[in-house]
Ligand binder design. Structure first.
Ligand code: SD4
Length: 321
């Protein structure tokens, strides 16, 4: 065979083999949809997944389930990483980030939102009512108020106290222990096999005013591809953003990796980042077959799932003890 023809033919073979592999993977994911409905969330967000399950168990839409679930920590004054109870930034202001994605590939997000308790619901409205994906700051707030959201004082006494204490030393140390973290990433597949996800946070405590983390960034804090699966992140947002964490996990699942392996690989990639090493990141993921997994950089990343009405708190595998 002439060299040119050989090169042409082997190129064609590689493309065909690639397509066959993709089709097989899609077929495998579509066939084994016995694990639905299912909902999974970061940390011990037990009440949130149960709220989501309420909707999923009645054949409701995964999008409604993840929104309802995410609203639980948002309104909890004891949750110091999300919504109402969230710790403030260096100026003493609570600024919130959230995003949501549905099974059609739509996305909505709010960044640096102040005075509104439910950023996840504002993000959903951005997705459903505007031609945009991201609304930030004052614009996001005006949009929320115009759409019936109430302005509320978000700094709880507990958060204010923590802020006063922080001001004494004014050291910014990214939080790594599970006790200090609880940003919620929540992913669901409903009884019809539709995937959706949401992520909501007050961000890193005592961050610079105006700082936005990974949580509202589509592909970083959250990614959903209804053909393949979904992933969400928690932990040091700057690290997740640099590696586009959630999107990379979904792409690894597209190439045939199971959710846990994909999370593990995405965690391993964080070690390539230059800069501070002492931080935590945790990923969760589900695929279209209802398989799920999680992985974290440091020890101590619990996550919670509900299947068949049973809630389970599980510990993710980790890279560094
Ligand atoms: C952020 N990823 O803003 C969030 C923080 C977080 O639990 O997950 N806290 O970087």
């Amino acid at each position: 065979m002439k060299r040119r023809n050989f090169v042409k033919q082997s190129g064609l073979f590689a493309i065909t083999a690639g397509i066959v592999k993709d089709l097989r993977n899609l077929e495998r994911l579509a066939k084994s949809q016995s694990n639905k409905p299912i909902v999974i969330a970061t940390w011990n967000n037990h009440k949130a997944v149960m709220q989501a399950w309420e909707i999923l168990s009645k054949d409701g839409y995964a999008l409604d389930a993840v929104e309802a679930g995410a609203r639980i920590p948002e309104q909890d004054p004891e949750d110091t990483s999300v919504g109402y109870g969230g710790f403030p930034d260096r100026e003493g202001r609570v600024t919130l980030d959230a995003c949501i994605m549905d099974s059609e590939g739509n996305a909505g997000s709010v960044l640096f939102l102040q005075g509104i308790m439910h950023p996840v619901s504002v993000a959903r409205l951005v997705m459903e009512k505007t031609p945009h994906v991201y609304l930030s700051g004052e614009g996001a707030k005006i949009f929320a108020l115009e759409n019936g959201f109430k302005e509320e004082k978000l700094l709880t006494d507990k958060a204010k106290q923590a802020y006063e204490q922080w001001k004494e030393k004014q050291q910014y140390v990214p939080k790594i222990t599970p006790e200090q973290h609880d940003t919620i990433g929540i992913l669901a597949m409903d009884s019809k096999g539709r995937l959706s996800g949401a992520c909501t946070t007050s961000g890193m405590a005592f961050k610079m005013h105006g700082r936005v983390g990974d949580s509202p960034i589509i592909g970083s804090g959250l990614y959903v591809d209804n053909q393949i699966g979904a992933a969400a992140a928690t932990g040091l947002g700057e690290a997740v953003i640099k590696k586009v964490g959630s999107f990379s996990i979904v792409e690894m699942m597209r190439n045939g990796m199971n959710p846990e392996k994909a999370c593990k690989k995405a965690i391993a990639r964080l070690t390539e980042i230059k800069g501070p090493k002492d931080f935590q990141v945790g990923y969760i993921a589900i695929d279209k077959s209802g398989a799920f997994g999680a992985y974290s950089l440091k020890k101590g990343f619990p996550y919670v799932i509900v299947r068949n009405g049973q809630v389970e708190l599980l510990q993710a595998g980790f890279l560094q003890g």
